[in-house]
Each structure stands twice: as structure tokens, then as C-alpha cells.
Write a protein of this length. Sequence first.
Length: 253
Amino acid sequence: MLISRPRIVVLGLLIFAGTGEAGAAEPSPPVSANSESDLPTQLKWQGDRLLGDLKYKEALAAYEKSYALSPNPAVLYNKGRCFEALEQIPEAVQAYERFLKDAPPELSARVPGLAQLIVTLRKTIAGLVVTSNVRGARIVFRDRVLGTTPLVKPIELKEGEGILEVYADAYESSRKSISLIGGEVKIIDFTLRALRPKGTPLPIPSPSPSVATRWWFWTAVAGAVASGVVVTIAVTSERRPDQGTYGQGQIRW
């Protein structure tokens, strides 16, 4: 599900704590940058400029440094804007919810519709469980490392399509194009084949155990059912051909 651009633009109006106005001219950053107490402010302003230039990863790094030094709720909102632009929707929702929890009423009131946006974004979050016959295989999805197998606790991701890859030393990597649906948990099982030294005879194939016989499968299913979400299961098994066919607004001071 895509979030409409008009909603993001409305929530992205410039807001200045202390003026009570939205869309006013941007104030100048603090003059002094020498004292340690000024550092969080300077880092936030650096993040604001980077966000305005659509440099979301760099802006996020500046905001995280600023917030670590001084937990300003306005930084939480701006972090959410970066996460949303990077399509890291679960992280964006977490930042927005923390902002609404920590921000004083007069500050949160300057972001109208944020609670409804959180509801809308939550509908685009899907869960992914990845298992394999090889323990400790690395899992990559949309060029992002998710962890290693077995990944039995569903990891939250933005819905949509992407390439899921699992690879391990001494095994052939395996990849699959999958589609995640908001509100659902998808379980993908990979069977990796060991690499053979050149000249080694082909081994006699043996049937792979069904994913339904593995303990972590039922652990993942039980957790997903308990949370009231839909579970989709897909088994990916590589076979040899000779074996048959097979926003960008921000809060400013």
C-alpha cells in the first residue's frame, strides 16, 4: 500500500517550536558552536539541512548523534521523516510513536494528522520468517542484511516485492523474488546445496525433511497466529537440471 503524497506534504510543514506557526521563514542556527551544550543543536541543524537536500541517510546519522546527546522530541519526528523516505516503515512508525509519547502537547499539536498517518503506515508492515537446512546462513533482503538462519521471530518490513537471498560458506547461494503483504507473515524455507570440488561425483539425492517437521517452523507459526496475522508459507528448494524439472518536512527550533 502506498502512502499518498498529499498526506506526507501536510505533515511535512515546517514547524518552529516557540512561534506556534507553521510555514514561517527558517530561523538562523545558533551562532556559538564551541561549547558541548551547543553540539546537539548544531547536529540537529546539520540533519535539517541534509534532510532538506534529500540526503536521508546522512541526515539520519546527524539526528541520531544529536538525540544521543540531548533527547529532543523534535529530533524523533525528523528521524521518522528520514526512515519513511528510506522506506524503513517499521522504524518510522516507532520514531513517530515515541515522538507523540515524549513531545509536549504544544509541540505534538503542530503535527496534525500524525496519529492517523501511523495507523496508515502500520497497514503496510509485513512480517518475514526465513528458515533453512543450513544453520547460520546469512539472509539479505532488498540489499539489507536481516540476520542469519533460522530467523524464526518475524522481522517487520515494508510490504512489496524484493529479492531474498540466503548464502553460507561452502554452500551455493539461493535467491528468490518474493512479495510481502501488509498485515501478513510470510515464512520462506531454503534448502542450500553444498559446493562440490571439481571432479567429485554427484551424490545420490535424498529427500529433504519437510519444513513442517522442524521445531522452529511451529514456533514461528504459533507466534504469528497468537498475534492474529495471516501466515503464508513458501518452500524454496534448489534442484539440479539433471534431477528433473521443478516527506520530507521537519521540526525546527
